[in-house]
Design a protein around this ligand. Sequence first.
Ligand SMILES: Nc1nc2c(c(=O)[nH]1)N[C@H]1C(S)=C(S)[C@@H](COP(=O)(O)OP(=O)(O)OC[C@H]3O[C@@H](n4cnc5c(=O)[nH]c(N)nc54)[C@H](O)[C@@H]3O)O[C@H]1N2
Ligand SMILES: Nc1nc2c(c(=O)[nH]1)N[C@H]1C(S)=C(S)[C@@H](COP(=O)(O)OP(=O)(O)OC[C@H]3O[C@@H](n4cnc5c(=O)[nH]c(N)nc54)[C@H](O)[C@@H]3O)O[C@H]1N2
Ligand SMILES: [Mo]
Length: 682
Amino acid sequence: MHTVIGACPHDCPDTCSLVTTVENGIAIRVQGNPNHPMTDGVLCTKVSRYTERTYHPDRILHPMKRAGPKGSGQFAPVSWEEALGDIANRLTAIAKHDPQAILPYSYAGTMGQVQGEAMAMRFFHKLGASMLDRTICASAGSEALTYTFGAKMGMRVEFFVESKLIIIWGSNSIGSNLHFWRIAQEAKRNGAKLICIDPRKSETAEKCHVHIALRPGTDAALALALMHVLIQNDWLDHDYIAQHTLGWDALRARALLWTPERAAQVCGITVEQIESLAHDWATTKPAAIRLNYGMQRVKGGGNAVLAIACLPALTGAWRHRAGGLLLANSGNFPVQREVLQRPDLLAGVQPRTINMSTIGNALLQPTSNTFGPKIQALMVYNSNPVAVAPHSGEVIKGFARDDLFTVVLEHFQTDTADYADYILPATTQLEHWDIHTSYGHTDILLNRPAIAPLGECKTNTDIFRELAKRMGFADACFLEDDETLCRMAFDNTQDMDELFAQGFTNLKTAKGQSLPDAPFATGAFPSPSGKCEFYSQRLADMGQDGLPDYVANYEVAQANAEFPLAMISPPARNFLNSSFVNLQSLRDIEAEPVLEMHPEDAQARGIQDGDGIRVFNQRGTYHCKARLNNRARPGVVNGLGIWWRKLGLNGTNVNELTSQNLTDIGRAPVFYDCCVEVAVLK
Ligand SMILES: Nc1nc2c(c(=O)[nH]1)N[C@H]1C(S)=C(S)[C@@H](COP(=O)(O)OP(=O)(O)OC[C@H]3O[C@@H](n4cnc5c(=O)[nH]c(N)nc54)[C@H](O)[C@@H]3O)O[C@H]1N2
Ligand SMILES: Nc1nc2c(c(=O)[nH]1)N[C@H]1C(S)=C(S)[C@@H](COP(=O)(O)OP(=O)(O)OC[C@H]3O[C@@H](n4cnc5c(=O)[nH]c(N)nc54)[C@H](O)[C@@H]3O)O[C@H]1N2
Ligand SMILES: [Mo]
């Protein structure tokens, strides 16, 4: 019996350090590493079931070839030789004509730098395939933050423990950022006030001192009104504003248009809630905001982040290490992406870019001068687009195309794998090497394999190496092994010896120094001006007005007679996007796909708790169970995600209803900007 230190691969800000216990070559237990301070020996319910996932009877253990009509889910096992040979031939034939007709589709099924985009990108760069714009999650908020601060940087998460006010904004920490919640709890015990801003009374909102349940997509209006109150009461740090910000006069004029009365109307909250929040923000020190991506999945998601990101500078909250804001710290990690992904293999070619968030549209485009060649082959890895991409109706029409050649690298036969021509069995985190950054803390983690690959599974990297060999890509970089790739991810500014010895190491700056405690205490923003840019010339140059503004949703429930309910679809706590939905023990906790409704909205439609219901709009219909409670505010329904379609009630999930519209900044999807109507199922 021995233990192996690894890293949780999942798309979550916490990136935990894992300890796997192995007996006779079998992983019998996965636990949180007690020596890693952020993990502190604790895992979420999902990942503590990691062995159940790894040894699941439904794991795909052999290459599979389609044996029925597209989408039928019928497959027969084939040898690796046959599968790889056929795939290489098909891709070679398409590439001869135009390699841009081949599209990779991947996201953060694993967040590892190696099993993510390292060997895969080398392969697609060498091939000259279309590029994928990876926007499905965070690009609205990340790009907005980059306009205001200059990079995806913010407070160090561990210092929230010293904060006296914590605003959790657009995030259900208990569900999706559990280790931050532990820190917030400790701060609370030390006297901190916790405020949650969320349309839904989430598991987190109900445990905070104050919950402000605003309408979805109205956060920018709230932030501008907070500025208004700060100005009216002169609750400003004039010295910080003068020295470390850009565009104050213009922002001030904008904020003065946003009286609390006006914002209260837009947000569906009271003037008192706004004034009291502004008072708390201005008078409690140190004060911190844990912003998260849940509030940027609407048309104005980018502008909302621009507006909220101004708040810490106005009151000088950044002066204290426990003050300021954290959305993500990914910008701090000096990953050597060019070394891992080798864009030089493009050899000067600049292929077109396809936005993953509108994959439905893209797959249905014919060849044209503007679009380029019709997509003829799709290589999916680390993602389940048929379940997670918006407007499933269109996505499925695309995947169902008979003339589309689709290869899916997976652990399981997901909704997406059902549409594959080949499913290739991939290793899980227990079976391969990887190296991890984090978007919620500032440590680097190493993942060592704990067990041998199950069945005939291969690593993503090996699959791309094998295809490269068969396609005649002779570059030496296709021979580098995974441990070598791990060592190449960072230069010598990072303590790689410590990383390899203990499985994690604190991030150092690009100069090899420890990160500062308070990143912007004395300004030094990584923006073009070196200041917190309230006004962004870069945004203005792109045709925006350069200042944060309230941008209304595409679909506004109050103005929509046919579909009068706003629907958001945040994750169910025991699933991770669509991962883990096929684990019986976790599905037992979530029971059935549900729509949370306020009793008033239900009563008006004759719906009772537990009724089977039809949720519908112009794009589709989704069947689930009504759950009546006060987690939903009147006028807003919460369709918890993201179920596998085939495990849902009528073979659909909530993305049947979402649209392919995009955010104001960052070309991201607007999952929470969606209007619906609901009726009892007869
Ligand atoms: N258990 C679990 N953990 C996860 C995930 C998961 O699926 N399950 N997903 C992971 C991924 S991919 C990500 S990106 C992160 C996301 O993590 P976060 O960005 O923290 O987002 P969520 O926890 O998904 O919560 C989003 C919250 O935003 C609220 N919300 C929706 N619309 C609005 C709005 O307009 N304004 C405001 N203020 N709030 C709004 C929702 O009600 C919900 O409570 O979590 C990661 N962690
Ligand atoms: N309605 C609605 N839709 C949403 C969201 C929402 O809140 N509401 N959230 C959105 C967000 S934030 C995100 S990030 C996306 C997430 O969407 P995806 O990135 O597609 O995430 P998952 O659904 O978890 O699917 C990841 C898949 O990768 C596979 N995988 C994991 N590790 C490996 C590996 O090492 N190799 C291979 N080959 N495969 C692996 C898993 O088995 C899993 O099927 O969904 C988005 N969709
Ligand atoms: Mo995400």
